[in-house]
Design a protein around this ligand. Structure first.
Ligand code: C2E
Ligand code: CA
Ligand code: CA
Length: 881
């Protein structure tokens, strides 16, 4: 008898499950997905065989299915427990008992707390159907009578369920990463004693970071309304008039401001804070928001205060050098800042205990020595000459960041204030330096930076950094004859292994692989984990195809040795794809796409092999050729038109603008959905003429509506990634605006979030140039792409459009609600407008309104409309006076 788990046996027994269908193509952004696991629970063996036969060739998102089987609820439970990644459960209602299926559902949802697995119920007879209440309560996806379950219906039901499962997982990931970002930001703020706040002037409401609330001493989760009053009430009474004046002045003049004031905490404690902020204007130039930071400088202030006292002691009692040294030491005895006093010639005459803690030198080491003992050698002469200039000048002091060296040789940053002490005749007698160790703050900044550019599991560079490095490598290769080689590979059947042995083993295997790869590369090369089980290499200095062959063979050899995890011997193979710069392209995105395509071909070719990118890539292209031709004809015959879907302002409940959505009226096939032809148009490049026509038409039509008296209307036009990358885009936009006479700010350009995740510098440059023409920029389908906060912050964007998938189940699913709330908060903190799309029910709308969403769009208000119909809706929305 073996002690292996039933599912392991299942998965390792080739007779018991079909091999997953080969992956023909790997579209879109790479994510770890498939093969998808489906659990069949039924006491009838024939049903198992039948189901597998029907579903055997089904693929979803490019991957096939893996099956697990149980013949009773009791058998199913341990399988579900061992495999949290089971996506769909096909479940017979009547097994051991009449209710066995439903009991299992209840167990899964309530005891195991597995809310992910999608459930499709099947029964032998009508009349066994569960009540609708049960279906909603236990989140059952589908319910079918077996007699009604044709192959096609089963395939559809499973596909729908798989999509639902994948969406749930994506959301979980987003919530998780948003939460992580938020936590690390909060941590950095706590260390730096730096809080931030933002005042929505129209709603007179304020949001503050945790640290800001801590500094002020107000409860963490209270709402703040009546912002100015609150601001004044927390200020020290003596500072209030000045604070009010400064803020009013900023509001009036719309200027940035900066001031120090004292905060009087509710418990009577006083904090010294430095405030900096600015006013954000709306389109009419009126103040809309005010945002700022507050830096708690109480500790620093106290140290300076002590320094002043010490200075006065020096001044008062110059002759008694011994005694005032003693006094100084007393004043600084308990300070957390390091203090060092030197005489006029620079000899150290006194240090406090914190000095020793920070520098590692004790008083005996220091006394009689000079501050040169702390020099790190990092600063140049100019730095010191400026320092001395300030110190000997009018202010008699210098303040700034300086790198010192500890006794153990380690260089570290400190924030230092040096003051020259003068006697009554203005002759310098001593210098006093007070410094604070900045190591912890720097570390947290670095950690933040590291996290942004590295994969948390393996510590390897992530996709963003891979991209940057690739661009660097391409840039540098231009100067020599050497080539840059990009190699991407997927581990074969990793998902199977993950499912059968569990995630912990899967994770450790990925780490093991990463470790081996790290040793494999030379200095200057990059190895990265791009996603899931996908890794990428950038190798420089490649001279010819022989070099390429050597690398590939070495990599295959490196992976071929077994991995030992938990005393198990695991073997992996990889499907590799290779592309070369400059032969196959000289742009990072293009090269990555090429390599991805080659990986897909390697998989189709039976895995465990390497394919090279070649421009003519296969069958897929041919199949699309027909559609492409028909598209080209359609363009010539002008078969494309635009529909407009209203966007509604949540505050006024009026139409504030619309999204232009392209339609293809095919002479034979009728209306064809953009979801079908846009991808082909993109691939063939036909999106460029189509896109520029859409831009023109949208601007012309909007101008007509402006002329008809609806001057506030703003039109949103979708831009595809391909359009975005072409040099003519700017000309197209400029031409569309000029030819139509539409005011530039009445145009909004929608770009997808996936685009934002690549190649930050380029994107920022293009967006900036676009914006200079006047249009605003919206990020479409926001939420599905996992963009990081740091990225978003750097982008010159104006609007986030929450992806419909989150809006859809908003009122049913607390995860979706959490995402939407998080996106709205994100929008507020980045000062972006947030639009919700796909709003279909009043409940969804109520939720969005309550959470402070700005605009919405969706069937609830209107479907996309033809021009006439849209004009009618406009007239209804704005009845003539
Ligand atoms: P998208 O940008 O996300 O557009 C929104 C889609 O959601 C539209 O589908 C719209 O009809 C649909 N929609 C709006 N409200 C609701 C609702 O309440 N419920 C549901 N279930 N759906 C709703 P459509 O028109 O089929 O467009 C599909 C996609 O095609 C668009 O997604 C966009 O990515 C692309 N597309 C459409 N027109 C253009 C275009 O002119 N240029 C480019 N590059 N892409 C376009
Ligand atoms: Ca859109
Ligand atoms: Ca969208």
């Amino acid at each position: 008898m073996t002690d292996r788990h039933p599912i392991e046996l299942l998965l390792s027994d080739p007779t018991k499950h079909p091999t997953p269908a080969p992956c023909t193509q790997d579209p879109g952004p790479r994510r770890a997905q498939g093969p998808w696991t489906v659990l069949i629970v039924d006491d009838d063996t024939d049903i198992h065989a039948l189901t597998r036969m029907v579903l055997r060739d089904l693929t979803f998102a490019g991957a096939g299915l893996t099956f697990a089987s149980a013949h009773s609820a009791a058998e199913a439970i341990p399988i579900l427990e061992a495999n949290p990644e089971i996506a769909v459960m096909l479940l017979d209602v009547v097994m051991e008992t009449d209710q066995a299926g439903l009991d299992l559902v209840r167990h899964v949802r309530e005891v195991m707390k597995n809310g992910f697995v999608r459930i499709i119920l099947r029964t032998g007879q009508a009349g066994q159907a569960p009540e609708p209440r049960v279906i909603t309560e236990y989140d059952i996806n589908d319910y079918r009578d077996k007699s009604d379950l044709t192959s096609q219906k089963l395939i559809t039901a499973v596909t729908v369920a798989l999509r639902a499962w994948r969406d749930l997982k994506t959301i979980e990931h987003l919530v998780h990463s948003l939460r992580r970002e938020r936590e690390s930001l909060a941590r950095a703020q706590r260390i730096a004693h730096l809080g931030n706040w933002e005042w929505d002037i129209a709603r007179d409401a304020m949001i503050c970071s945790e640290e800001a609330r801590r500094i002020v001493g107000i409860p963490l989760h209270s709402d703040i309304h009546g912002v100015l009053e609150t601001f004044l009430s927390i200020s020290h009474p003596e500072d209030r008039a000045r604070v009010e004046q400064t803020i009013q002045h900023a509001l009036l003049e719309l200027t940035p401001f900066e001031f120090d004031h004292r905060i009087l905490r509710p418990n009577g404690e006083i904090r010294w804070v430095h405030e900096m902020g600015e006013v954000i204007r709306d389109a009419d130039g009126k103040p809309m928001r005010m945002a700022g930071t507050m830096h708690d400088r109480t500790e620093q202030r106290e140290a300076e205060q002590r320094l002043k006292i010490a200075a006065s002691v020096f001044e008062g009692a110059m002759e008694e050098a011994e005694s005032h040294m003693l006094l100084t030491a007393k004043v600084f005895e308990n300070a957390v800042e390091g203090v060092m006093v030197t005489d006029r010639s620079g000899r150290i005459v006194s240090v406090n205990p914190a000095f020793s803690v920070i520098t590692g030198f004790d008083a005996d080491d220091a006394l009689g020595n000079t501050p040169a003992m702390l020099q790190s050698g990092i600063h140049d002469e100019l730095f010191y000459s400026r320092l001395w200039h300030d110190l000997l000048g009018e202010t008699s002091s210098w303040r700034g960041e300086i790198w010192n060296r500890r006794k153990n040789g380690e260089a570290h940053p400190v924030w230092e204030t040096i003051t020259a002490i003068r006697d009554r005749t203005q002759t310098i007698t001593h210098f006093v330096a007070v410094f604070q160790d900045l190591t912890a703050i720097k570390r947290s900044e670095e950690a933040l930076h590291f996290r942004t550019y590295h994969d948390s599991l393996t510590g390897l560079p992530n996709r963003a950094l891979f991209h940057d490095r690739l661009r660097q490598a391409i840039g540098q290769s231009g100067r020599s004859d050497d080539k840059v080689m990009v190699l991407i590979f997927d581990l074969d059947l990793f998902k199977n292994l993950n499912n059968s042995l569990g995630h912990t083993v899967g994770d450790r295997l990925l780490k093991g692989v990463a470790e081996r790869l790290r040793h494999f590369v030379r200095e200057g090369d990059t190895v990265s984990r791009l996603a899931g089980d996908t890794f990428g290499f950038i190798l420089r200095g490649i001279r010819n195809s022989q070099d390429v062959g050597v690398v590939v063979r070495k990599l295959a050899d490196a992976l071929a040795k077994p991995f030992y995890i938990d005393e198990q011997e695991l073997f992996v193979t990889a499907s590799m794809g290779v592309t070369l710069c400059p032969e196959d392209g000289d742009e990072a995105d293009l090269l990555i796409r090429n390599a991805d395509m080659a990986v897909a071909r390697a998989k189709t070719a039976g895995r465990d092999n390497c394919q090279y990118y070649a421009p003519a890539m296969g069958a897929e292209a041919e199949r699309r050729l027909a559609l492409e031709n028909s598209l080209r004809q359609g363009l010539e015959r002008d078969e494309f038109l635009l529909h407009y879907q209203p966007k509604v302002d949540l505050r006024t409940e009026r139409i504030s603008g619309m999204e232009a959505l392209v339609r293809w009226r095919h002479p034979r096939d009728g209306m064809i959905s953009p979801a079908e032809f846009i991808p082909v148009a993109e691939e063939s490049g036909l999106i460029l003429p189509l896109g520029s026509r859409v831009l023109k038409q949208a601007c012309l039509q909007t101008k007509k509506w402006h002329d008809a008296g609806f001057e506030h209307l703003r039109v949103a036009v979708n831009l595809s990634i391909r359009q975005f990358r072409q040099a003519d885009l700017l000309d197209d936009v400029r031409a569309a605006l000029e030819e139509s006479g539409l005011p530039p700010d009445a145009l909004e350009l929608e770009v997808t979030e996936t685009l934002m995740m690549e190649n930050l510098d380029d994107i920022v440059a293009i967006l900036t140039r676009l914006k200079a023409l006047g249009p605003t920029i919206a990020v479409d389908d926001f939420g599905v792409g996992h963009s990081s906060l740091t990225y978003l912050k750097k982008l010159p964007i104006d609007v986030l459009k929450i992806d419909q998938s989150f809006v859809r189940d908003l009122t049913l699913d607390s995860d979706d609600a959490a995402i939407v709330t998080a996106i709205l908060a994100l929008g507020r903190s980045l000062r972006l407008k947030v639009v919700a799309e796909g709003v279909e029910t009043p409940e969804q709308l109520a939720f969005l309104r309550n959470e402070g969403c700005d605009q919405f769009q969706g069937y609830l208000f209107s479907r996309p409309l033809e021009i006439e119909a849209f004009s009618c809706r406009l007239a209804e929305s704005f009845p003539a006076p």
